[in-house]
Design a binder for this molecule. Structure first.
Ligand SMILES: Nc1ncnc2c1ncn2[C@@H]1O[C@H](COP(=O)(O)OP(=O)(O)O)[C@@H](O)[C@H]1O
Ligand SMILES: O=C(O)C1=C[C@@H](OP(=O)(O)O)[C@@H](O)[C@H](O)C1
Ligand SMILES: [Mg+2]
Length: 169
């Protein structure tokens, strides 16, 4: 059965896309990012999907992207931060190697401030992120089979810790 070597989950700014790319390179495999798949399916950036079609439509496209990637992809898979909210996705992740990248509120705020726009965080990113962490932390914790702290650590260091954990699992 085809399986990703690792599925990265965590809040926006935890580094799923960045660490995912470095991890894939280190493992000599490709990275698939469900945000990119969702944009490709819609033919427009995530910000435009939210504006034109609404979050519900984005989540439906995201569920389909996650389902396809879990079934087809053998490399590293980075999910969008909110993908794990769907019960269907939570069930599909059972049995996979799921790496939860932890990030604290202050560090996440700094990181998303540097990155491209995320529609959920355009207004009041700190309070939005606080709410989002409150709702999602128990889900990330439950789904992660490997948990890695990222605050104050650079992506290369995080990749080495993930590799060690993958070798042990
Ligand atoms: N460990 C890290 N240390 C410092 N900056 C980071 C780290 N991981 C990611 N970043 C930066 O934070 C921003 C968000 O990272 P990204 O990979 O897009 O996160 P995610 O996909 O989890 O939302 C990017 O600008 C990225 O360069
Ligand atoms: O947390 C979320 O609900 C979202 C996170 C984003 O991905 P990242 O976690 O890669 O930023 C993207 O899927 C969308 O903006 C919604
Ligand atoms: Mg990302």
């Amino acid at each position: 059965m085809t399986r990703p070597k690792a599925v990265l989950i965590g809040p926006p700014g935890s580094g799923k896309s960045t660490v995912g790319a470095a991890l894939a390179e280190r493992l000599g495999v490709t990275l698939r990012d469900t945000d990119a798949d969702t944009e490709a399916a819609a033919g427009k950036p995530i910000g435009e999907i939210f504006i034109d079609d609404g979050e519900e439509h984005f989540r439906a496209l995201e569920r389909a992207a996650v389902q396809a990637a879990l079934a087809e992809h053998e490399g590293v898979l980075a999910l969008g931060g909110g993908a794990i909210l769907a019960a269907e996705t939570q069930e599909l992740l059972a049995g996979h190697t799921v790496v939860y990248l932890q990030v604290g509120l202050s560090e996440a705020v700094k990181r998303v401030g540097l990155a491209s726009a995320r529609p959920l965080l355009v207004m009041n990113p700190r309070s939005q992120l606080r709410k989002l962490l409150e709702e999602r932390l128990p889900i990330y914790e439950r789904l992660g089979t490997i948990v890695v702290a990222t605050d104050g650590r650079d992506p290369a260091e995080i990749v080495e810790e993930i590799i060690k954990e993958l070798e042990r699992s």
